[in-house]
Design a protein around this ligand. Structure first.
Ligand code: IPE
Ligand code: IPE
Ligand code: MG
Length: 248
C-alpha cells in the first residue's frame, strides 16, 4: 500500500520544475560510504571507490538533466591522505581515468570543470590533466566543481594569505569569497551527504553558511536518481530565511 502511494506520488512530481521553482542552482555532494559498501560485500575498499566513480558520473549527469546549473562533489579531502597508500593510490588512479575521459564523454553536455583544492600536492600527471580539462572547458557556463585535495579550513587560510600578499591590511567577506576555489560559483543551496554521517568533514565551510542539508543512509555506490529526487523534493519544502522573516 505504502509502496503504491509512494510510486504514485513520485510519478506525479516534475523534478525539473521543482528545481526551477525552488531556486536550486547549486547542489553539492559529500560522496561517502564507498568503503562500507565494499566491506559489506567482503571486497577491498578500492572496489567501493570504483563503483563510487560510476555513481558520480551518473548522478552528476542526472542533476544537470534536472536543470541544476552547478554541481560540486567532494572527491578527496586534505585529511584523506592519512589512509593507507594503497587506497589513496587507487582513488587517485580512478580520478585520473575519469578526468582523462571526462571531456570526450561530455561532448553534448558542455560542462565547465573546476577543481577545488591544492593541485601542487597531486601527482604531476594528474595535476596536469586537471589543468588541461579546466582550460578545455572554461567557455562553458554549467559547472562541475570537483573537490580534490580540498579542505575548507586551508581554503580560507589560502584566501586570507592571498589578500595579504596583494597588499591588504584588512579583509572583507567579499575579499575572502573572491579568493576561494569556488569564486566562480554561487554558494551551495543544498548539500547532500550519503552513508549516514551527519557532519561536514571540512567541506565548503565558508560557502555553506546558509546551505540546506540533506542526509541519507544510502551508501554512495548505491545512490540512484530517485535518491536525488527525494533530496530535491525535501529541499523544495524548506523555508529559507537567511536571517530574515519569511514572506515579510
Ligand atoms: C568516500 O567513501 C570516498 C572518500 C572519502 C574518498 P569512504 O571511503 O569514506 O567510505 P566509508 O566512509 O569508509 O564507508
Ligand atoms: C569526507 O568523507 C571526504 C569525502 C567524501 C571525499 P570522509 O569519509 O573522509 O569523512 P569522515 O572521516 O567520515 O569525517
Ligand atoms: Mg567516509
Amino acid at each position: 500500500m505504502f509502496f503504491k502511494n509512494k510510486r504514485r506520488r513520485d510519478a506525479a512530481v516534475d523534478i525539473p520544475a521543482l528545481v526551477r521553482d525552488s531556486g536550486l542552482c547549486h547542489i553539492a555532494f559529500i560522496m561517502d560510504g564507498n568503503g562500507r559498501w565494499a566491506t559489506k560485500r567482503s571486497l577491498p575498499r578500492e572496489a567501493g571507490h570504483k563503483v563510487g566513480i560510476e555513481s558520480f558520473r551518473k548522478i552528476v549527469k542526472y542533476c544537470f538533466n534536472c536543470g541544476i546549473e552547478t554541481v560540486t562533489v567532494y572527491a578527496f579531502s586534505t585529511e584523506n591522505w592519512s589512509r593507507p597508500k594503497r587506497e589513496v593510490d587507487a582513488i587517485m588512479k580512478l580520478l585520473d581515468e575519469y578526468i582523462r575521459t571526462a571531456e570526450d564523454e561530455d561532448e553534448e553536455n558542455r560542462t565547465r570543470y573546476i577543481f577545488l583544492g591544492d593541485k601542487t600536492a597531486l601527482d604531476e600527471g594528474l595535476a596536469k590533466n586537471c589543468e588541461v580539462l579546466e582550460k578545455l572547458t572554461e567557455r562553458y557556463k554549467r559547472t562541475l566543481n570537483i573537490a580534490l585535495n580540498y579542505g575548507g579550513r586551508s581554503e580560507i587560510v589560502k584566501a586570507v594569505n592571498e589578500c595579504i600578499a596583494s597588499g591588504a591590511s584588512a579583509v572583507t567577506e567579499e575579499d575572502i569569497s573572491k579568493h576561494l576555489y569556488t569564486s566562480l560559483s554561487p554558494d551551495p543551496d543544498l548539500i547532500v551527504r550519503t552513508a549516514g554521517e551527519k557532519r561536514l568533514s571540512n567541506f565548503l565551510m565558508w560557502q555553506s553558511a546558509y546551505s540546506e542539508f540533506y542526509f541519507t543512509d544510502v551508501l554512495w555506490p548505491d545512490i540512484t536518481d530517485r535518491d536525488v529526487d527525494d533530496a530535491i523534493i525535501d529541499f523544495s519544502k524548506r523555508k529559507r530565511k537567511f536571517g530574515g522573516i519569511k514572506n515579510a
